[in-house]
Design a binder for this molecule. Structure first.
Ligand SMILES: [Zn+2]
Length: 412
């Protein structure tokens, strides 16, 4: 990003273009007059910009709106067909993929079980293979897919396309963006998986129109995406938001990161399974095989009424709530979206979490923050990764990188 911005005519025009496009995205189909009213732009400017957007194939003139006697107004709408992208989530044992249109509507998904992802070359092969498969299954011509987004856990330098550190995969300084791009010949963007989910929420989900919100994910780990003043906060080199490794008790259980008492060590899936195993070994869980125990089983048995497991989830919920109370005190967000596989535990986890938030955060700040627990779908991570690419179409040029998606329509 340049050190100083000079608002020349070109930049002003680009900002206005982004404004018009976002109004059509949020409120379309919409008339030019209404766009002018909402944006404050002159009719001439609105006409010019919408003509450009039509020429680019991003929007189109839709059949006339309701006639009130006079000439019915022509409405403008987003052209769903303008761009298709693929989103990929890379995890230890699976890659999930989704192909979406320009509004992040999922057209096709698939899940590929994988092994050996600690080997970078192998991961690149599998990612490239997943892209080809999801495109084939969608029946779209390959050239219509103009960008690929990849989300993965860890410290990601999104500007440089670099996975700086992935504790789960054991990677350090892997130029994943470039490696996959070379393999598939389609522009690629990578980012931390929780950030991609936050982007999806900001542009296409519950965070639309909210300036200050957080996304907290619970599952294999505990993640945090931060949106402040409508912008993503990443820290100086992309490492911000390691909420899961905030220390709750320096003498607490060991964490994957090598330290002790991190929030993750109480709340993430492995922690829940570990606590449940201990309960089995103490004879508190009847005829359950400790070695075979999974987090899905823990949740299921708790839901069926097992008191020991309910208390394990409640304890995790209280720890999570304490951590979230700290976030409320630091950020004073309007909204906290809870997402990730861990939402399957429902009120067993989030009831105690809400109580702890109310108990530990400043009273007046608690009232400012709405906490929403999302319904979880397995395609959500891939949907997030697709949004990583799509957001570049919508965001203001002041915050844009060189777009990963080309918007030129193929010749028909
Ligand atoms: Zn840790």
């Amino acid at each position: 990003m340049p050190r100083f911005w000079i608002a020349n005519r070109q930049l002003i025009r680009a900002i206005n273009r982004s404004t018009v496009l976002n109004i059509i995205k949020a409120d379309g189909p919409i008339s030019r007059t209404e766009i002018g009213r909402l944006s404050g732009l002159s009719p001439a400017t609105v006409s010019e910009i919408t003509a450009d957007l039509i020429a680019e194939g991003l929007i189109y003139e839709k059949a006339a709106g309701d006639s009130t006697g006079g000439r019915p107004p022509i409405l403008l709408a987003l052209n769903h067909d303008a761009a298709y992208v693929v989103g990929l989530k890379l995890a230890e044992r699976q890659i999930s993929a989704a192909l979406t249109d320009i509004e992040a509507t999922i057209l096709c998904t698939l899940t590929v079980p994988v092994t050996g992802m600690t080997v970078v070359e192998r991961a690149v092969e599998e990612l490239a293979g997943a892209v080809e498969r999801v495109i084939t299954e969608s029946s779209l011509p390959r050239e219509r897919v103009t960008g690929v987004g990849i989300g993965l856990a860890g410290v990601i330098d999104a500007e440089r396309g670099l996975c700086r550190y992935s504790p789960i995969l054991g990677w350090r300084d892997v130029p994943l963006e470039q490696l996959v791009e070379e393999q598939i010949g389609i522009p690629v963007r990578i980012d931390n998986d929780v950030n991609t989910l936050a982007m999806a929420e900001k542009w296409f989900g519950a965070g639309q129109g909210v300036d200050d919100f957080l996304v907290v994910t619970v599952g294999r780990g505990v993640g945090l995406g931060i949106v402040v003043n409508g912008q993503f906060y990443r820290g100086t080199r992309g490492g911000g938001g390691e909420f899961g490794h905030t220390v709750m008790d320096p003498h607490g259980p060991a964490c994957d990161c090598g330290k002790r008492g991190c929030l993750e060590a109480y709340v993430a899936d492995p922690a829940l399974v570990r606590a449940a195993r201990e309960a089995v070994l103490q004879g508190k869980l009847g005829s359950v095989d400790a070695d075979e125990l999974t987090v899905e089983q823990v949740t299921e048995l708790a839901r069926e009424g097992d008191e020991t497991l309910r208390e394990i989830l409640a304890q995790a919920g209280r720890m999570l709530g304490m951590g979230i109370a700290n976030l409320v005190n630091i950020f004073n967000p309007a909204l906290i979206i809870i997402s990730g596989e861990g939402v399957r535990a429902g009120d067993l986890l989030f009831g105690p979490m809400r109580e702890a938030v109310a108990q530990y955060a400043f009273d007046s700040l608690v009232e400012d923050t709405e906490i929403v627990v999302q319904e979880w779908g397995d395609e959500a991570w891939a949907w997030g990764a697709a949004s990583l690419v799509l957001q570049e179409i919508y965001k203001s040029p002041i915050h844009a990188r060189v777009p990963a998606v080309s918007l030129s329509m193929p010749a028909t």
